[in-house]
Design a protein around this ligand. Structure first.
Ligand SMILES: [Zn+2]
Length: 76
């Protein structure tokens, strides 16, 4: 029965750690700073693979948006 007890105890400790980490993560994220929101660039969609990429990394041809040079060339 000792092993069973050990498993229960370690499980309890693990759950306690998880709850504590969850609580810490939540309190950390609580104040949504406007600075962080500005840092996220607008996401655009590649017309070939539908992948979402930051606008500043996107390639453009006309009004179409591509994720990479290969997809720009593939879509003719
Ligand atoms: Zn693509």
């Amino acid at each position: 029965m000792n092993l069973f007890r050990l498993i229960i105890i370690s499980l309890a400790i693990w759950i306690a750690i998880r709850i504590w980490q969850n609580y810490r993560a939540k309190t950390k994220k609580m104040p949504p700073s406007s600075k962080a929101q500005q840092a996220i660039p607008d996401m655009v969609e590649c017309v070939v693979c539908k992948m979402h990429i930051p606008e500043n990394e996107a390639l453009r041809k006309g009004d179409k948006i591509y994720c990479s040079q290969q997809h720009l060339e593939a879509d003719n």
